[in-house]
Design a binder for this molecule. Sequence first.
Ligand code: PAF
Length: 295
Amino acid sequence: MNIAIVGPGAIGSLWAIKLKTAGHNVSLWSTSSEKILALQLGDQPAQQFSNRNLSEIKHADLILVTVKAWQVEQALSPLIAHIHHDTILVLMHNGMGTAESLQSLLPKNPLVLATTTHGAFKPSKQSVVHTGKGQTQLGGYNQSGSQCSFLESVFNHALPDTHWNPKIDHALWIKLAINCAINPLTAINQITNGQLTSQPYPAVISQVLDEVYLILRAEQIAISRDELGQTVDHVIAATAKNHSSMQQDIFHHRPSEIDFITGYLLQCAKSHGISLPKNLELYQAIKQIEQSWNL
Ligand code: PAF
């Protein structure tokens, strides 16, 4: 397939290398103005990719968008006029709420949503490290996207385990719940994920999840409160040494994904007439930190 990766950060670069190794024609669209970019996974030989080539965008069968949620519209708007209406768009990022706006920008295109637990790290512009093997789930957002289940074998062949999930919204909501519990707390307190098991955090996480659970129920996401707690505990244990993405964004004074994680949850809560005071407090704390950089 002709595949373009928009936003070759750590996860995008990992997929770029894996999909190219699997035999696809992969190009990149990054902010760098260089026409050719080299990427190297671990100690494997570097691979060369065409970058910012509009002809590759025009002929893409699939565009994998791996920028952060708040960058999706900004990254795709200069490309919209060049994307063929049959090109499949796959969104892969933390948080929710971008599919709605992308659907209105490209109403005819098949839209697929993805969530992954693979860990990747980019120590330099050219090198990528696969820090943790995980799972990827894909599922259709619109009707034509729902007909793209063949992508399971395309993605799984390149980087297992990948599954097609006809109820992708379920997987995305669970990932959102995990991010609501881990990301703001680790960012505000500048701690690792594992430090969330020390006092006073377990009680705060419990409060956050009690509130998230109200929205999961309102959205008819089938999971018990116990299972939700166990899922979050499992992710904290599995990523104990990691710094969450929001911890890193706040540390480096980069805009965080808070509007698409806790912000998205609060918007849904509002539409259901439910108040979530603990999540609101964490949302406001992150916003306050971000605003303090501009003072
Ligand atoms: O955003 C992150 O950092 C990750 O989604 C997760 C699962 C919280 C692990 O750090």
